[in-house]
Design a protein. Structure first.
Length: 513
């Protein structure tokens, strides 16, 4: 069975798209509906919410006043976290009316991890066999020729002394948690140093992927087969790199120091790598222009010779301001005040730095723990559809990524909409103010980040007719023939495996007797 994930931002058009799926006969499990059922009057979830938020969030009928609760939790992050936490296993355990829910998400994730470990183990075994083979080959060559022969290293194409050369070097690993730019640069250094042949590059790099990056490549190879190194790099940048930059030079020109020099240097460095046409002198000028005052003037007065010089001057002046308050009658600009404040307020404050969008999203999503009973509810819906023999189903889960439920699903479709349209539609649909709409949007992982993580994207910024055209393209992918794994895990696949096992046992028993 193929379990397709459907997600997006609030009011981006998930229900609109899921209705299109339903109209084409594909069943949809709607997490919002499941979530509503687990807080119906009298349920364990309802009691817990009532206890924490009081009777003010109940209607006269005793049912939850969802609009009221929505107002509270979407305007107060702490209250929202409280609501999300209400669903954690510990928080429900004292509630005798609700049977403790089995955490299927955790169980499923453990299963996935074991699978990954097996694949990793297999890769490692293959790698060791290759190394052993390389050694045997070279020993054979030595014994045959009696001289120090240098066989071609299988993996790198380089000349080695007996053992493949890459065995001695540390090939960098990549876990998908940061921009892959520097990892890819290091891989290329390795390839150059080892004169690795083209067809071995992806194999070597992929072998050194771990965590979600390894999982990404596993799926990629399964879906599109082996790739050339150039394509692998492109896809790796698209998947793990910062949002696609159509105008890196423009972004560079607008970059400003808002925190420490070190943090500004990091952002500058990430952008400069992608802006190819900037000369070294221009780099130095652009960097200096983006510094906050008075650092900018100080650095300019020292006429730095190049970018490295400008960076080191900026750090030196920043250090001086940290230790000696600015000796000037001019009002201190907020950036410098922030720097000074951070130096005055204890070590833990000083180590604070601006989080990048991914870190911010990760921090935000820490609060999201999809209720075990919501996930159990979703799982039951999936089981029912599986028992019916459905081949393809859609899981419409607004917080799919935040709750890591995307591990269950493939492909993941993100319904994207441009920010302005999203706000307008949300205000119109729910009759709320712009501020309330923004609060709701900010309660979730940024939609652009979700789009980055998607396998398929439906841009719903235009008319419904335009969305339907895009939907049809996505539908073709969703309805493509099932892979072997998907067929195996379908009801019919499992039944035929069971049948083969039973027949096998009967035949063996007969033969034995
Ligand atoms: C806060 C509540 C009462 C508001 O109810 P309301 O009927 O106004 O909205 P509804 O449930 O239809 O949700 C609308 C959208 O809000 C967003 N949303 C819902 N809960 C959350 C949340 N905890 N954090 C961020 N966004 C959320 C989703 O995009 C959802 O599609 C309700 O959303 C709720 O109980 N949420 C907690 C349960 C949950 O996490 N649901 C999401 C399932 S994945
Ligand atoms: N292409 C479109 N053109 C015009 N209006 C649209 C379009 N797509 C959706 N809408 C409207 O935008 C609003 C939000 O759409 P929808 O309810 O499908 O979003 P959603 O992602 O399911 O929202 P939620 O996260 O709250 O569940 C609805 O009022 C819907 O009618």
């Amino acid at each position: 069975m193929r379990i397709v994930g459907l997600t997006g931002g609030i009011s981006s058009g998930k229900s609109t798209v899921s209705n299109l799926f339903k109209s084409r006969g594909i069943p949809v499990v709607d997490a919002d509906i499941v979530a509503r059922n687990v807080v119906r009057k009298g349920t364990g979830g309802w009691k817990k919410i009532k206890k924490e938020f009081g009777d003010a969030i109940l209607l006269e009928s005793g049912e939850l006043d969802r609009a009221r609760l929505g107002q509270i939790v979407f305007s107060d992050p702490e209250k929202r976290q409280l609501l999300n936490r209400l669903s954690e296993p510990g928080s429900m355990s004292k509630d005798k009316t609700t049977p403790p829910a089995f955490d299927f998400v955790a169980a499923f994730q453990t299963l996935l991890q074991s699978n990954q470990q097996i694949v990793q183990g297999q890769n490692e075994l293959m790698h060791r066999l290759e190394l052993a083979e390389g050694r045997l080959l070279s020993l054979e060559q030595l014994s045959k020729t009696g001289e120090r022969h240098r066989p071609q290293d299988r993996a790198t194409g380089s000349e080695t002394q007996g053992v493949p050369r890459y065995h001695k070097l540390d090939f960098p690993t990549f876990d998908g948690k940061e921009d892959p730019l520097s990892w890819i640069n290091r891989c290329e250094q390795f390839f150059r140093g080892q004169r690795t042949v083209e067809e071995e590059k992806v194999w070597l790099a992929a072998y050194h992927l771990t965590g979600i990056a390894q999982q990404w490549y596993f799926q990629l190879e399964r879906d599109v087969g082996l790739l050339p190194w150039v394509r692998f790099k492109e896809l790796c940048h698209l998947r793990f790199g910062p949002p696609v930059r159509t105008n890196p030079l423009g972004e560079l020109m607008h970059l400003r120091q808002t925190d420490s020099v070190e943090e500004y240097q990091e952002r500058f460095g990430a952008l400069i790598c992608r802006a190819d046409s900037v000369t070294p002198t221009q780099q130095m000028h652009i960097f200096t222009a983006g510094l906050s005052e008075p650092l900018r003037t100080d650095v300019e007065l020292h006429k730095p010779s190049d970018l490295q010089h400008a960076m080191s001057l900026a750090r030196a002046f920043e250090r001086r301001y940290r230790t000696t308050p600015v000796a000037s009658n001019l009002p201190k600009p907020p950036e410098v005040l922030a720097i000074l404040a951070s130096s005055e307020s204890g070590p833990e404050q000083r180590s604070l730095r601006r989080l990048n969008p991914i870190e911010m999203a990760e921090r935000r999503q820490k609060g999201f723990l999809l209720a075990p009973h919501i996930s159990t509810g979703i799982l039951w819906e999936v089981i029912k559809l599986w028992l019916k023999g459905c081949k393809v189903i859609i899981l419409d889960i607004p917080l799919l990524f935040e709750t890591k439920m995307n591990l269950w699903t493939h492909p993941v479709i993100v319904v994207w909409v441009d920010p302005e349209t999203q706000i307008q539609r949300l205000m119109a649909r729910d009759g709320i103010s712009e501020e309330q709409a923004r609060n709701r949007i900010e309660a979730q992982m940024p939609l652009d980040l979700k789009r980055e993580k998607a396998d398929l994207v439906i841009d719903n910024s235009g008319s419904l007719e335009e969305t339907k055209v895009k939907f049809d393209q996505v539908l073709a992918r969703v309805n493509s023939p099932l892979s072997l794994k998907e067929r195996t895990f379908s009801r019919d696949g499992v039944l035929s495996i069971l049948l083969s096992v039973v027949v096998g046992i009967v035949v063996i028993k007969k033969n034995v007797s």
